[in-house]
Design a protein around this ligand. Sequence first.
Ligand SMILES: [Zn+2]
Ligand SMILES: [Zn+2]
Length: 430
Amino acid sequence: MAENKLQEYKCPNCTGPLEFQGDIQKMVCEYCGSEFDMSEFKQSAEQKQEKNSEWEQKQSAELAAGANGMQEWECKACGAVLVSDGQVGATECPYCGNPAIVESTFSGMNLPDGIIPFAIKKDTAMQKMKDFYSGKKLIPDEFVKNNRMEKIQGVYVPFWLFDCGARGTGFYKATKVKRRFTKTVKDSNGQDIQEHWKEVEEYAVSRSAHMRYAKVPADGAKEMKDEYMDSIEPFDYSKIIDYEPAYFSGYLANKYDESAEEVKGRVDTRIKSTTESAIRETVTGYDSVNQESCNITIEDGKIDYCMLPVWMLTTRWNGGQYTFAVNGQTGKVTGDMPVDNNKATAMFFKTLLICAVICAVIGYFVLSDIVTAVIVAAVIGLIVGAITVSSAKSSMVSHQKTEASEYLLKDTFKLTGQNDRYVRSYEEKG
Ligand SMILES: [Zn+2]
Ligand SMILES: [Zn+2]
């Protein structure tokens, strides 16, 4: 098939990728078999504009400026605005560690629709942090000594929780091996040799599905690195209750400074990636499957504004800024930590040495050649040492999430269309 792939053109009937076939001068969809003249195609493509998903958002209740007993602090370094009911003071910024946090008059705030109250007390949060530290081999002793753990603060972090449906169609090139056989051919010296061949059937496969997601979270605090909040997921949403002022007592609350609209892109990306893999998993019974494209639409979105409990501590050390966050409901900890380069070097050589000695002993008996055994042992030792150190370093920083599988409601998954269209057969060596 001699054709140009025009990835940007979608079939008006099934949204599959269209290909221009030079021999018939038409745009062809392998997935549903439709053919279009260029002129005809352009018209119908213009008619079908992709519509944007719309999100429904409740109007949150407000606590008026100057409300009784309410205090407000602003961090001049990172811009975080924190409030409390006067029972607890902010001693330093939990997000950036700035100690010069300025008190000002309460300027009012949107109250959340729901809240998960703190279930973990301060001393438990500190213990969880200690356990988290002690598992890390490369943390500098100085940092542990000066960690000021008692400065940890309980903060209600504003979150946007997204409920929505996702509809998508995936297009795949799939193959089945029909049979295997051998061919007798002549090599360059004219000798007969046996070659392994197979007969392959190619299919154009499409799958459409619909599914729902519940409460995919994104925090509404600009100052908060997304990695931290992603890493302490999930929260147990069955414990969300209506907001009552009493829950704020003894804790700080962070005013949101990122709207749902501003964080929606991050949620979209996570949902799309999970939807794509969920649809892909329904293509079975083939020996190979390659995705050509996948079109996903997010629909019927609803956004809730909730406050979730997080114990926060930011430490500045040797010019760097290190934040720890403890899920105030489950105790899950995340944080970025400095790496002690001397410890990393020591770990590397220790691993290398142990590994090399073991390999050299085994190698000597297997190869019965001391020189080769030593070379092999050194190479394996170097590789294992490097892997050990790099995985230890990676565990010292938090990572952002790129999918939303925890929030996919599995029993809402419905396959709404499937098509397996035979395209051609061919023979292939291998
Ligand atoms: Zn089509
Ligand atoms: Zn700050």
